[in-house]
Design a protein around this ligand. Structure first.
Ligand code: MN
Length: 143
């Protein structure tokens, strides 16, 4: 599994840093987007987990139990709608907030995301401030 995780390993160089209180799983196939989100989430004090497709995202969510999931909808292997359905059908993750990232502000995509079980959506392009306002509807601000 090529998932990126910087969480929890006490033997890493930054072991002096306390583990982040809340961890966010980013399921996103675009490497630049993952890198960008990783940077801004960590700067904000959140732990970051990354997955590159829907199947890897589901597996990582079940294994790691993140506090929130940022779900791209257009994903290889398993798209974001199907990944959301699987996670919301699994008691281990059913209560985990899932925020869909829609490519366009298309009402049909937004409706479909909510029907699949996403708790909220944000449309690209979004500002960092919009993203954190949305995340903080589900998680207390990171400290
Ligand atoms: Mn995508």
């Amino acid at each position: 599994m090529s998932a990126i995780s910087d969480h929890g390993s006490p033997s890493t160089a930054d072991s002096a840093t306390p583990p982040a209180q809340f961890r966010i799983l980013v399921i996103e196939d675009n490497a630049d987007m993952r890198e960008f989100l990783q940077r801004i989430l960590k700067r904000r004090g959140y732990g970051y987990l990354g997955a590159v497709d829907g199947a890897e995202g589901v597996a990582l969510a079940l294994a790691e139990r993140p506090d929130l999931i940022l779900m791209d909808l257009a994903l290889p292997v398993l798209d974001g709608y199907e990944a959301t359905r699987l996670l919301k059908a699994n008691p281990a993750c059913a209560a985990t907030p899932i925020v869909a990232v829609t490519a366009h502000a298309r009402a049909v995509d937004q409706e479909r995301a909510l029907e699949s079980g996403c708790d909220a959506y944000i449309s690209k392009p979004y500002s960092i401030r919009q993203l954190f306002e949305l995340i903080e509807q589900f998680l207390p601000p990171a400290t």
